[in-house]
Design a protein around this ligand. Sequence first.
Ligand SMILES: Cc1cc2nc3c(=O)[nH]c(=O)nc-3n(C[C@H](O)[C@H](O)[C@H](O)COP(=O)(O)OP(=O)(O)OC[C@H]3O[C@@H](n4cnc5c(N)ncnc54)[C@H](O)[C@@H]3O)c2cc1C
Length: 156
Amino acid sequence: MEFDYVVIGGGSAGCVLASRLSEDAAVSVCLIEAGPSDKSVLIHCPAGLAVLAKNGVANWAFATVPQRVARHLLEIAAREQEAEGGTLVARVSQQELADLAGSVREVVARALRELRDEGIVRVSRSGISVLDASALAAHAWPREISASRDVPASPM
Ligand SMILES: Cc1cc2nc3c(=O)[nH]c(=O)nc-3n(C[C@H](O)[C@H](O)[C@H](O)COP(=O)(O)OP(=O)(O)OC[C@H]3O[C@@H](n4cnc5c(N)ncnc54)[C@H](O)[C@@H]3O)c2cc1C
């Protein structure tokens, strides 16, 4: 199939654009939307927004860079603790963390400074020590942190 225009994303901007383009009967327009139908009552009832914000039904739930940094730190530290025992330490450079989080070193350094200032991690040459795994998990998954999530034990 061929179209004159392909609009990706049927959100506010995409729908307006596709609608305006298709006003010209001489052109064909394809609008592609990745999300599900918007028929859920949670979308049409204002009170439903509170529920939607917490689940993945109509929410891509993208994570911020600080959230991704916290997630990778927990994952790496837990993996290393499982393999070697001892305390929760992520032996990873800021650049490696930035690559994992899809960001740049400067942004990761800022996120780490904030975690350090809150007493959640300690940054040293040997790695990034997780001092408070529960607090780090709360940064990693701010809305959904719950007892059901498996958080590795912090060092005493
Ligand atoms: C809870 C909430 C309440 C809001 N209330 C208001 C309000 O009252 N008034 C107001 O003016 N604004 C409000 N906004 C803000 C408004 O919704 C956004 O500013 C607006 O929707 C942004 O439009 P957009 O077209 O840029 O993105 P979106 O509307 O988010 O559209 C992007 C679309 O692209 C789709 N998409 C993403 N990736 C792909 C892909 N790879 N392939 C195909 N499709 C893809 C997404 O599923 C989405 O449907 C609210 C936002 C939220 C979250």
